[in-house]
Design a protein around this ligand. Structure first.
Ligand code: ADP
Ligand code: ADP
Ligand code: MG
Length: 678
């Protein structure tokens, strides 16, 4: 009977996604394409998160901390039961490599979309995994992964392996508990601190020792196995570009990898998967030396963050394959049917500060512009503008994935795509990624795990002074805003033709020019703008240029400076202007208080809001007082500058909500203005 064939095993009708962010959204997308209904789970912090709306239904897990929400096994299983989900996809992180969870799913009669619990356990300890791999004939980095943990013994082993050596937490992951030791004299201290970190992070202080390879590459193989004994590999990914031993840019295939090496590595990865009875998607990580020798590092028993580059070169949907396998069906393709085409890159966009050793950042995303997705560009994200990057979860904002016929073409697309990203509200690594993508050594494919350290000075240059193009863009943005506001006033007033609404400048200072003041770090910069029909003459530090600006539908500004045109992103946040040009970001402060005040968008209710967090320095009016348009009402101090709030129109002060000395948060309503009774 056909129904007995594995090909005909029924597909799930409803799947619970036990994760958040981009990976939850990405899994939901495939489910929707396959007609599978999805159940999202969310913490209190994520009630309005993108993954919640990406699914057909969503259930509250509990408070924000992961322990009380995304790691709460009992609650997740209860939701699976009550929602009628037949399977659970754990994504990556959280419960993805938790054997207890896999087992609990089985006991609850719900399918865990991942390997058997025993396979997770086998690879959960890096030491135990190495023992299994040695048995299976998979090459290992010279080292020690046994039970004996005394400092004397381990120091002697390190001596024998030869310095430098690397200590790793056996139970480790995410780079925690890892220490490079260069000299015997440092060994004891490094061991104590590695053990302390391992105990804190994993509740297990055992370590292993490896020879520390100098300038190696990280090359990993994607493997897939089904329940019918089929195991294939889906080629490799190079993830050498790392900071703090964690990946930042990944690519497939690995640049310059010889076909024979690929074949041997693929065979080793398949042997590794077979050795533990693997089922589903997994990644076997190898470290590769300059001679092409490769050694097993660890196996990640889940879908990897960087799986999209494999999807781009194979044209396959790995989540769809995971669902097939979990439903009991055989792998859709055999090894000989798998081929790779072209080249793909993934850049991980993080809320983090590259200038401060890539420290994770937090904040509310004020604006988020990504390149238009298409056949060659893919954006996987789980946040929108207005969303918060909180301290509770991973600070990844998006993954930007590009494909090209070859590496050079893919790299050009990567640079272009990065230049089209504009994110404000939190510090990000976008510009840093753009510098990596533009670096000649990266273009040459000369990557190794020390790439970022080697080129640190070039990749993280000190902020450069604003160029004339940056200044002109900032000035044009402000001038356009002034014109728009004048036009809006003219529309709202009785006499649209009044010269007082004219935007050619004499309303502002009685002449046909206007002066704009900016602060660039310590420098004060003044741009004089002369009004011309449809354009401006700008006096910039480097000379006077004819200039105009044209807002584009995607939010960019097309800037025309003499004979040159270019696109720029400009975002204003209180007094701060962020200008993004040619993939580089520049920040200027608006020092021109009147212009800044003038440009505040006034809400329709006549409320007046704080444009930035600050302290109230002066309250210049009283409730009931009549004011004229432009009258000073209140003075705020923020960022060491004074900022005057003025009346947007004539009216009566209805209410004042703050007194001198009060702290106000951004957006707070400071006072209310009622229209004059006519
Ligand atoms: P590797 O394990 O080799 O670093 P990946 O970079 O693909 O492989 O996966 C690690 C990712 O797993 C991290 O980037 C992080 O996003 C995710 N992750 C790990 N632990 C957690 C966790 N507790 N909560 C959320 N995400 C996690
Ligand atoms: P994690 O569980 O944190 O992913 P891994 O064992 O996969 O730990 O190692 C993470 C990274 O550390 C690797 O990608 C590589 O850059 C570096 N690394 C690991 N082992 C070695 C080694 N023996 N020599 C040099 N670098 C190494
Ligand atoms: Mg790893």
């Amino acid at each position: 009977m056909a129904s007995n064939h594995p090909e005909n095993m029924p597909m799930f009708e409803k799947v619970l996604i036990a994760n958040r962010g981009e990976i939850a959204c990405r899994i939901a997308r495939t489910c929707r394409q396959l007609g599978i209904r999805t159940v999202a789970v969310y913490s209190e912090a994520d009630a309005n998160a993108m993954h919640v709306t990406a699914c057909d239904e969503a259930w509250l897990l509990g408070p924000a901390p992961a322990r009380e929400s995304y790691l709460n096994i009992e609650r997740i299983l209860e939701i699976a039961r009550r929602s009628g989900a037949q399977a659970i996809h754990p994504g990556y992180g959280f419960l993805a490599e938790n054997a207890d969870f896999a087992r609990a799913c089985e006991q609850a009669g719900v399918v865990f979309i991942g390997p058997p619990a025993a396979a997770i356990e086998a690879m959960g300890s890096k030491s135990a995994a190495k023992a299994i791999m040695a048995e299976a004939g998979v090459p290992l980095v010279p080292g020690y992964h046994g039970e004996e943990q005394s400092v004397e013994f381990l120091a002697a082993v390190a001596e024998e392996i030869g310095y430098p050596v690397l200590l790793k937490a056996s139970a480790g992951g995410g780079g925690k508990g890892m220490r490079r030791v260069d000299r015997p004299a440092d060994f004891a201290d490094a061991l104590v601190s590695a053990k302390r970190e391992a105990a804190a992070a994993f509740g297990d202080d055992r370590v292993l020792i490896e020879k520390y390879l100098l300038r190696p590459r990280h090359v990993e193989m994607q493997v897939f196995a089904d329940r019918h004994g089929n195991v294939v590999h889906l080629f490799e990914r190079d993830c050498s570009v790392q900071r703090r031993h964690q990946k930042v840019i990944e690519e497939a295939p690995a640049p310059g990898l010889a076909a024979a090496t690929r074949q041997r590595m693929g065979a080793a990865a398949i042997a590794a998967a077979r050795a533990i009875g693997y089922v589903g998607a997994g990644t076997v990580e190898f470290i590769m030396d300059a001679e092409g020798g490769f050694y097993f590092m660890e196996m990640n028993t889940r879908l990897q963050v960087e799986h999209p580059v494999t999807e781009m070169i194979t044209g396959l949907d790995l989540v769809a394959w995971q669902l097939e396998v979990a439903a009991g069906r055989p792998l859709p393709l055999a090894q000989e049917e798998l081929a790779m085409r072209g080249h793909a890159f993934e850049a991980r966009i993080y809320a983090e500060d590259p200038q401060r050793d890539f420290l994770p950042a937090i904040g509310t995303i004020r604006s988020l512009h990504m390149p238009e997705p298409g056949p060659h560009v893919r954006i996987d994200t789980g946040v929108r503008s207005g969303d918060e990057i909180s301290m509770h979860y991973d600070p990844m904002i998006a993954k930007l994935i590009v494909w090209g016929e070859d590496r050079d073409q893919a790299l050009l697309r990567l640079r272009q795509a990065l230049a089209a990203c504009s994110i404000t509200g939190t510090t990000t690594n976008v510009e840093f990624l753009a510098r990596v993508a533009s670096h000649p050594a990266f273009a040459a494919g000369a990557v190794d795990t020390h790439f970022i350290d080697t080129y640190r000075d070039e990749l993280l240059p000190p902020p450069q002074p604003a160029t004339d193009a940056v200044l002109a863009t900032a000035a044009l943005h402000q001038l356009l805003a002034i014109q728009q506001q004048a036009a809006a006033r003219a529309r709202a007033s009785n006499d649209p033709w009044s010269p007082w609404h004219d935007c050619t400048g004499f309303r502002l200072n009685g002449s046909s020019w206007h002066s704009l003041e900016f602060r660039d770090g310590e420098r004060e910069l003044i741009v004089i703008a002369h009004f011309r029909p449809g354009s401006f003459l700008l006096e910039l530090p480097g000379g006077t240029v004819a200039a105009s600006a044209h807002p584009q539908p995607d939010g960019r500004l097309r800037v025309v400076l003499e004979e040159r045109q270019f696109d720029a992103w400009v975002q204003r946040d209180g007094q701060q202007l962020t200008i993004q040009l040619d993939g580089h970001r520049h920040q200027l402060l608006l020092a021109d208080l009147d212009a800044a005040t003038l440009l505040e968008d006034e809400p329709a209710d006549g409320g007046l809001h704080a444009p930035m967090p600050g302290v109230v320095r002066a309250v210049l009016v009283e409730p009931g007082q009549k004011v004229e348009e432009g009258d000073a009402l209140l003075v705020l101090e923020a960022m060491k500058m004074e900022y005057t709030i003025r009346a947007p129109s004539a009216g009566v002060i209805a209410r004042i909500d703050f007194a001198v000395g009060d702290q106000v948060s951004e957006g707070a309503e400071l006072l209310a203005l009622a229209p004059l009774e006519s």
